[in-house]
Structure formats: C-alpha cells, structure tokens
Design a protein around this ligand. Sequence first.
Ligand code: GLU
Length: 484
Amino acid sequence: MDRCIRTRFAPSPTGYMHIGNLRTALYEYLIAKSQGGKFILRIEDTDQGRLVEGATDVIYKTLEMTGLKHDEGPDIGGEYGPYVQSERMGMYMDYAKQLVEKGEAYYCFCTKERLESLKESNAEGAAFAKYDRHCLGLSAEEVQAKLDAGEPFVIRQKMPDSGTTAFHDVVYGDITVENAELDDQILMKADGFPTYNFANVVDDHLMNITHVVRGSEYLSSTPKYNLLYQAFGWEAPVYVHLPAVMRDAHHKLSKRHGDKSFEDLVNEGYLVEAIVNYIALLGWSPADNTEIFSLKELEETFDIAGLSKSPSIFDIKKLTWMNGEYMKAMDFEKFFTLAEPKLAAALEGTDVDLRKIAALLQKRLETWNDIPAMVGFFKELPEYGTELYTHKKMKTNDEIALASLEAAVPVLEGLADWNETAIHDALIALAGKMEIKNGQLLWPVRTALSGEPTSPGGAIELADILGKEETLRRMQKGIAMLKG
Ligand code: GLU
C-alpha cells in the first residue's frame, strides 16, 4: 500500500538560513506537496555547543516568509511529536537496547585511553581507526557485571562482518559499500544521549517519514543508516541526497567564507518570491525550459525526476535578473507600497512625486537596494563632466548639446502648463523647428536634468517630476558648463 508522502526539514538552529538549507527545505516541501503529502519540521538542536540564541525563530520566520508551510512541527504540533530533538532524548535508549537484544548492537566499556591507544597503533594514523570490537567478545554475564558495577558504557552498532550493503538513492542511483569498511559506530553515548547518526534514523522512522531528503554530505553515512533500518526490521525511506550548492566550480557556498544567507539576500533588496524561484532551479529543472515559477506553480510542476546530481553554482547575476523580472511583473500598487519607504528615505527633504518615480523605476529596478543610487539625482544634481553630453547613438556632442539647451530653455519657460504632454509637445516641436533629431534635443536635456549617464526615464519624464523651476535651473547649469 502506498503511504502518504511525508518529508521533513530537519535544520540545526545555527542562527541563519544557509541557501543550501533553504533549497533542501524547498525540495522537501515540493516533493511532499507535488504529491499531496505532508511536510514536517523537526528541529535538530542536540548539538548544544552550536546553539545560538533566537536561532529557531530564524527557521520559523524563513518558512513563513517563503511560504513553505509545514504541516507538523514544534510550533503547531502534530501526531508524531515532540518535534524538537532535545525533547525526545528519553526515547532512544529503549531502541538501542532492542538492538542489543537482537544482536545488532552491543555494549562497549572501552575507556577513552584504550580508544586513543587504538588510534595511535593504527597504521593510517590517528585520523581514522575502526573500533577493534574488543567488547563484542564480552559474555552476557560479563556485560551484566559491568553494568551492575556502574561502569560507563556506550552502545555500538554491530556492522555485518562481510558482504556489502546496497541502497538506492533517487539522485545518485545505486550505491554499494563493503561492510568491512564500516565502523561499529556509537549509537548511545556514555552520557546516555544518542548520537546524531542514531537519533535521526529513529526520529525519521517514528515520524513516519517516507522520503529522507538532505545534503549529499550525508550520503557516506547512509549505508549505516540503512543497516539500522534493517536491524530494526523497519521499512527504509526513499533517499534523496542533494548535491551541494557551489560558489564556483571548486567551493561550496559557505557563510563562513562570506556567502550570503537567505536573510542577507532579503536585506540586500531581493524579493522572497524571486529567491525561492531561483533556488528551485539550483539542482532541479522542469521538463521544458520554463524559468519563472511561483511557489504554487512549482508545487504543480515539481517532479523528483528533474533533480540533477551535478552541483549547481549560485549565480547572483542570474538571481538579480530574475528579481528584476519579478519587479516588472508586480502589480504597481504592490510595487509602490514596497518601494515607497525606500524612495522616501532616499529622497527625504524633496517634494517630488514618489508615485511617478516608482512608475519609472519599476521597469528598470533589479533590487530594492539599487533605489538610492538610481534616484539620488532627483534630490541633488550630482557633479558631472560635459563628456556625458556626447552620445554616439543620439548623435550629440558639446556643440549640439549647447545649442539644444539654449533653444529649449525659453520654450520650456514659456509653458503655461507643466505636465508630460505639454513638455513633450513643446520639445518635439522645437526639434522639428531646429531640423535636428529628437534625440539631439532630448539627450542633452536628459543629461542636464540628471547629471547621470543613465536615468530611470528620459528628458520629458524627468522634467515633469523635477518641476519647472528646478528643470530650468539644471538646464542653465548645463549651459554654463558647456560654455566652459
Ligand atoms: N540537522 C541536519 C543538518 O542540519 C539535518 C540532516 C538531515 O536532514 O538528515 O544538516
């Protein structure tokens, strides 16, 4: 019988959302949602040394902002709780003991010193030493005597002596390892707590997880996990390991090396929807070449078969392009609501019409943080050099620019109404009268009004927004500069 698909996002609270982790969460969500399944949040907080204040809030907030709504989790409960690993600590010992009874695990009383000496005597050096199974030879009576005496112990998984362990991964295919290479890993530590390697298997089983989706760094541990499922007689999940998200051909994205987290990208002016859309494509592609997907569309389109095993490179330029597409496609009122505070901050102290500026920006903006640099000239004409008046395509140079500005000033001065239509009609008529191309008049005016090589909007829009007085003042300044 087909089980309802259940995936889980099992982040360790580090205080930020790594792009690779968010992608894992997204794929877990999509694998579940594309098949009517459930997406579960489990917080893996047992590495107390790494705990960061407020770190779980970052996880909740990111899931909420991105729309990756979980069906069960610490904050909303569910049938399979608790969903915080540290609150589950009491339940693992019984499972470990079950394995001991089945002969699939054993008590180990070896001291630290003995284990250290094993490492030292290891031909390969201290870096790796398989446990020598010293305690596997203890009789049941010997074990009991040590337990009764209160000797500290760990419980180790007993790996098969020979043969191979094989499992299938959806992304990486069939994987087979020699059992002889597997260490009798510790399941329960001397402090009575489980190792991560044990806890995650027990948790995934108890939470009825059908698809374990995680980073490929866990691929090498999966044979051991798979043997644990076998040892318990549990059905193993479908494994989906995801290749790393890379900064370049050789390096993984890493926060420590300055790569941006999800929050960093949001703070840098990227839209959450665009980030989600972009990271969906970091390791997955649809059957056709569509690139723009809302989360809802991803839920409908996502197919596990589109996952790739080649690592993908996080390309900020591509994200920036995609963000610009989202900006353009946004309903203007929404765009304005989001842009207004940033415009108001950048243009504080001026009374220019922010709506008009927003309308010009929407076609060109790539990220919110580009706003100040793009609109600063509305507040104050920047210092600029007359070389800006020379533009090959517009067929302008200093001489033409000076003639155009000198002719345009009285025409604009004479306008009774100041609006785009009036300004447009006056300037186009003037270009005709001067027998020059429109660009030869409009480019110099645009340049005089902005002092920038490019601006969100041309001469007519800028003049309208700046108002008559400021427009004429800036044009006079241009004339003075061009006269040298
Ligand atoms: N807590 C682990 C991590 O953040 C999750 C590993 C898993 O998904 O099994 O890397």
